[in-house]
Design a protein around this ligand. Structure first.
Ligand SMILES: [Zn+2]
Ligand SMILES: [Zn+2]
Length: 266
């Protein structure tokens, strides 16, 4: 196993204060771990909540960034899924072990072996020897390099742009997955998505993907509703300017006699 390497990272030392970019030491990949050269890391609102102190107490200093795209630099012992040079995304949600009770009933996100942790003692430590917490599991992508468990990585095609691939790691799977895997929306179902940020837009994309109609975007900003339409919403309701937004959603879904509106099968 190699020695720790010196890398730049954006650290949170105090909630509500700007992040501090400085050099930290990064431990080399251990068993079943992979060192990633980061290419793009998106900012999820959960990172912002965390660094504002709105997600409970984060042991500080901490490194955030859990929507990442990068390239495998080095692999630790036992790693078989990836090799140096592979383009990957890294997610807070690890692959399930496939053996425990939760994996066997189809809830691999609750896996008791490969646990989903909000904060973990990280692989970075400061120049004065303090261990840095990694926010959102073991990903921690606000840095030049990160050491991440193999089970948190997914290979992606080389021609997928890095700044878009990274979004697949949290916002896309949260919204798209909620529609397909949790709500199990089927073709012809009506869908209303309340809140059209990163997750909401992907719920709308998911609803379009399964052939739902109507797909009603609800938000308080017209600019977000316009974007929602580009992502597949058939209707938009501004919950701030609409007098009775709930009634409006009903109206779109049903006509005056309570009969479902014409449902378009794409
Ligand atoms: Zn996130
Ligand atoms: Zn499991």
């Amino acid at each position: 196993m190699g020695k720790p390497s010196r890398v730049k990272a954006a650290l949170c030392y105090e909630v509500g204060k700007p992040l501090v970019i400085e050099e930290v030491m990064l431990e080399p990949p251990g068993k079943n771990e992979v060192k990633i050269r980061l290419a793009a890391t998106a900012i999820c609102h959960s990172d912002i909540h965390s660094f504002k102190g709105e997600h409970g107490t984060v042991p500080l200093p901490a490194v955030g960034g859990h929507e990442i795209c990068g390239y495998v630099e080095e692999v630790g012992e036992g790693v078989t899924y990836v090799k140096p040079g592979d383009k990957v995304i890294g997610s807070i949600i690890p692959e399930g072990c496939g053996q425990c009770y939760y994996c066997k009933v189809g809830l691999s996100s609750q896996c008791t072996t490969n646990r989903l942790a909000l904060y973990t003692p990280g692989k970075y430590f400061t120049q004065d020897g303090r261990r840095v917490t990694q926010y959102a599991g073991a990903v921690a992508g606000f840095a030049e390099y990160a050491t991440i468990p193999e089970v948190n990585l997914v290979k992606v095609p080389d021609d997928l742009p890095e700044d878009r691939a990274c979004l697949l790691a949290c916002g896309v799977i949260s919204g798209f997955g909620a529609v397909l895997n949790r709500a199990k929306v089927t073709v012809g179902s009506s869908v209303a998505v309340v809140g059209c940020g990163g997750v909401g837009l992907n719920a709308i994309q998911g609803a379009l993907h399964v052939g739902a109609y109507p797909i009603i975007a609800v938000d308080v900003r017209d600019s977000k509703l316009e974007t929602a339409k580009r992502f597949g919403a058939s209707h938009a309701v501004n919950a701030k300017t609409e007098k009775d937004p709930v009634k409006k959603v009903y109206e779109i879904t049903y006509d005056a006699w309570g009969v479902p509106t014409f449902r378009r099968i794409p």
